[in-house]
Design a protein around this ligand. Structure first.
Ligand code: ITT
Length: 246
């Protein structure tokens, strides 16, 4: 054991500062789980925390539930993984929302979020995503769901046969809205290319044909895709905005 008192001043200060920073970061990192556990198991602390933080703040920061309106369970799983470490839980609602016929994803997500928030009378998010292939003039873009259901990956690969420009962008727009308010939009995208053939069994939708740095989303593990995807980029923007106390 080193006797800290016997150390020269500079190492002593560095050691004490490092130790303090470590303890503070540890407490900051664990504050929400600790508060949640205390609130769950101790009525005494529950009252104390409610009084100190205020019910509104607790709801906003540590126990926030957002309804994710989508028919796609893969999206819920991915978004849930990405947002869970921020104390946000998602609840899927499959009520559907009218999808506008637009050339861009933003108005579709904005309209959908507003419609669903008013219908459910709760704060909601929607996710409108699309694959934009450069050589096809941005096709299928906002029509990605329809094209996937009607043509599928094999036929898209056929359309791309012999094409040397394989650049594509996957975009995601998160629309968030509270009842009676205007929607907020958060966009994310990832550059990639259309693979020559379908590769990988992971993910869903276009994942087997969309590659980033030569690896398709279908070949990546969930964690890898969720750390670089279009959805990750949009949700990070959304989470940062929520963290500011929205
Ligand atoms: P909701 O509209 O109910 O949310 P959806 O699957 O129809 O579900 P989109 O219109 O946003 O959602 O999706 C467009 C298409 O792109 C659809 O076929 C999806 O399966 C596909 N897609 C969306 N995100 C994807 C991702 O991360 N990886 C691969 N394909 C994806």
């Amino acid at each position: 054991m080193i006797d800290i008192r016997s150390l020269p001043l500079v190492p002593k200060v560095i050691l004490i500062a490092g130790f303090t920073i470590g303890i503070v970061s540890f407490i900051l990192f664990l504050r929400y789980p600790i508060i949640l556990i205390l609130m769950k198991y101790s009525p005494q602390y529950r009252e104390f925390i409610k009084r100190t933080l205020g019910a509104k703040k607790i709801k906003k920061t540590i126990m926030r539930k957002i309804i994710f309106v989508t028919g796609n369970p893969h999206k819920v799983r991915e978004a849930g993984d990405i947002l869970s470490h921020l104390g946000i839980t998602l609840e899927q609602n499959n009520c559907g929302y009218p999808e506008l016929q637009e050339d861009e994803l933003e108005p579709i997500a904005g309209f959908g979020a507003r419609w669903a928030a008013d219908k459910l009378d709760y704060e909601v998010m929607v996710d409108d995503s699309g694959l934009f292939i450069e050589a096809l003039g941005g096709f299928p873009g906002p029509y990605s769901a329809y094209v996937f259901d009607t043509l599928g990956n094999e036929r898209i690969l056929k359309l791309m046969e012999g094409e040397t420009n394989r650049r594509a962008v996957f975009k995601c727009v998160i629309g968030y809205c509270r009842p009676g308010e205007e929607p907020y939009l958060f966009s994310g995208e990832v550059d990639g290319e259309i693979a020559d053939e379908m590769r990988g069994n992971g993910g869903f939708g276009y994942d087997p044909i969309f590659a980033v740095s030569g690896v398709t989303f279908g070949e990546m593990g969930e964690e890898e895709k969720n750390g670089l995807s279009h959805r990750y980029a949009a949700l990070t923007e959304f989470a940062q905005w929520l963290k500011k106390g929205q």
